[in-house]
Write a protein that binds this ligand. Structure first.
Ligand code: ZN
Length: 440
């Protein structure tokens, strides 16, 4: 987007470095070297271990001390990646599966070549030019070959390529165990935006679909993104990710995509033959977006014996049907997780194993910690702290009521003690003298 604020961004040079100021933040070009893993022994077919050996940032200089000083490529989990990038006559450059890829399967681990802050968009192109110059010639040539949808009157080609292809990332560091941002880093970040955009030479070749079959997970510690399958992908199928909120209506999605990327989405979820189907799809996506506020929740059910045993499972299965209908498998994780845990609480080992195994496959790339937890419960389902809780509570309660009824029955036996009378319950709460006070 163009902006009239370009005068806020003043280029200056400090200690031989270009510097751009915006909103009291100083942006500079900064590079981080990337070493292959393990040094000298990297698999030559792994994309993450070859091609470019550094990542160039246009970044708030205060954030530099929080970044790693050097990065080692993540270990590739397979000898070659299951995709090819090629040109098509109708869809331009596309990423295609070269093998069948299972649900949750890894497609690619890649380091971005450049990272830029979203708030500088449209302000000044010079920062982007300096950034490109900082890169090696191979990466620059490949970058400049990428698609630019921005008109030249809005920004230069360097910035246009970033805005057309950049993927949103959060530079915040998360603790590997807790998944939370470290407090000491949060303090340093006070008031600083950590929302940046990263350009990947391969990952960004994946086009958009409103029913994507892949997603990617960013990791600041390794400066890399892992692309993985949201559902099984067949050999030859195009690999798609999302560029917009796919839970929005078709009109909203198309408007956002056109505004930011200058195309009208013709994906199978948008290119529907009748208005009736569009309305049905919009309504399904709205239902899914609001599902957890409008339907029985696992949290309440897991503590409430009055609710039916299958309330949450049935409701979540219904959501999964809608997800399947709309090809929105990116939303299925929480439903699969809670179905697995519901079966754990019911003590149904056979069903628990089916759903927990699916959970392990699904989140092994995007949430290895959660995959590890489910793998542990799969080894020993009874190690789940609420295993068969509902069954145990019912057994407890029924034996409690049984013992109560025995006592009551024993007391109901004809009492032969002279002068003893049965205790009477108050006939109605309204007769209680305390009630007017409680109503005040
Ligand atoms: Zn679409």
């Amino acid at each position: 987007m163009s902006s009239s604020n370009s005068h806020h961004l003043a280029p200056s040079t400090s200690a031989g470095k270009h510097k751009w100021t915006h909103n009291e933040q100083n942006f500079v070009v900064h590079k981080i070297p990337i070493r292959p893993y393990p040094d000298g022994l990297a698999d030559s077919t792994s994309y993450a271990s070859r091609v470019h050996s550094e990542c160039a940032f246009l970044i708030d200089e205060d954030l530099i001390p929080l970044l790693p000083t050097t990065v080692v490529s993540p270990v590739p989990s397979q000898p070659s990646w299951p995709f090819v990038v090629g040109d098509t006559p109708d869809r331009g450059t596309v990423m295609l599966a070269s093998h069948d890829i299972p649900e949750g399967g890894l497609i690619l681990i890649e380091h971005p070549v450049i990272i830029t802050p979203g708030i500088l968009h449209g302000l000044h192109s010079e920062g982007y030019e300096v950034l490109y110059e900082a890169l090696g010639p191979d990466a620059t040539v490949e970058l400049l070959d990428m698609y630019n949808c921005m008109p030249s009157e809005e920004c230069g080609i360097e910035e246009g390529i970033v805005r057309t292809n950049g993927t949103a990332i959060d530079l915040g560091f998360k603790n590997a165990q807790t998944g939370k941002v470290r407090m000491k880093d949060m303090e340093k970040w006070k008031g600083k935006s950590v929302e940046y955009g990263a350009v990947f030479l391969k990952l960004d070749r994946a086009n958009h679909s409103c029913g994507p079959n892949a997603a990617h997970k960013w990791d600041t510690a390794t400066l890399s993104s892992s692309l993985y399958a949201l559902r099984p992908i067949k050999k030859g199928e195009e690999i798609n990710i999302i560029y917009t909120d796919v839970a929005a209506s078709r009109e909203e999605r198309r408007a956002h995509l056109y505004q930011n990327y200058r195309f009208t989405c013709q994906c199978p979820s948008c290119d529907l033959p009748s208005l009736e189907q569009v309305t049905r799809s919009d309504s399904a996506r709205k239902d899914l977006r609001e599902w957890r506020q409008t339907h029985p929740t696992f949290w309440k059910w897991s503590r409430d014996l009055c609710r039916d045993d299958y309330t949450v499972i049935n409701s979540h299965l219904e959501a999964l049907e809608l997800i399947e209908q709309e090809s929105l498998q990116g939303m299925q994780g929480i439903f699969i997780e809670e179905i697995a845990l519901s079966y754990a609480i019911l003590g149904d080992e056979e069903q628990f194993r089916i759903w927990a195994k699916r959970m392990v496959d699904l989140v092994s790339i995007c949430d290895p910690q959660q995959a590890g937890e489910f793998a542990k419960w799969l080894d020993n389902p009874k190690s789940y702290k609420q295993w068969a809780w509902r069954k145990k509570q019912r057994t407890c309660r029924s034996s409690f009521w049984l013992s109560i009824s025995r006592v009551v029955n024993a007391r109901s036996l004809p009492d032969t003690t002279p002068g003893r009378k049965a205790r009477q319950q108050p006939s109605s709460p309204s007769t209680s003298p305390l009630l007017p006070l409680l109503q005040l």
